[in-house]
Design a protein around this ligand. Sequence first.
Ligand SMILES: [Zn+2]
Length: 241
Amino acid sequence: MRGRRLAPVVAVTVGLMLAVGLAASALTAEPGGAGAAPAAASHPASSAAATRPQIKKKLIPYPKKRKRDMAAYSKRHYGHYKWALNDPKLIVIHYAVAGSIGTIYNTFAPNRPDVEFHELPGVCSHFAVSAGGGIFKFVPTSVRCRHVVGLNHVSIGIEHVGFSDSDILNRPPQLNASLQLSQWLRCRFGIPIEGVIGHNESLSSPYYKELDPRFKGKTHGDFNHASMETYRAALAKLGAC
Ligand SMILES: [Zn+2]
């Protein structure tokens, strides 16, 4: 995505890129993340372990029709008709290739098919974190979102305003808010630190499942292993649950 950040089409298609792995560039490891500084993950251990951060509700429309579409997607890709997200096993970290929460919201709000596979439901994430550290809730964690091929049935998705891993890793207010959110969620659902993964790590997850051969093996470049090692190390500093 580097070098294309100002192209208007990027913002419009961001949600589609999240879920279907359509851009060749997205399949390339993001070089910006590997050497990124760990930024300010300086919260004291333990006390913040399970504290709920401030979360602003900005729910996207998720009516019955979208739930039926999500259930049908689950049937096609995971083998069962279900829209509810029960007992999530993973938290998946993304960046949105977008410069604002409003852009991300506007991409996720309409329930429209993706461009490559023309599938419903529309893509979404459960949360998004702004550059300044604001946390926004788009979808309840009891409902599945389409944000990562192969893992939508077991994961909570967190989007971030930004255009690269290092954008987020080098913005202390955003990184710290993201860590607080991940920590609260993982403690709430009993998810170990290794269960907090980057989108780019999706294929190596033991929970990965994809029945549709067109989708099999597809992932994106956002939050690669090196970046997530940085992220998880910072998360570990927040202490045990
Ligand atoms: Zn992603």
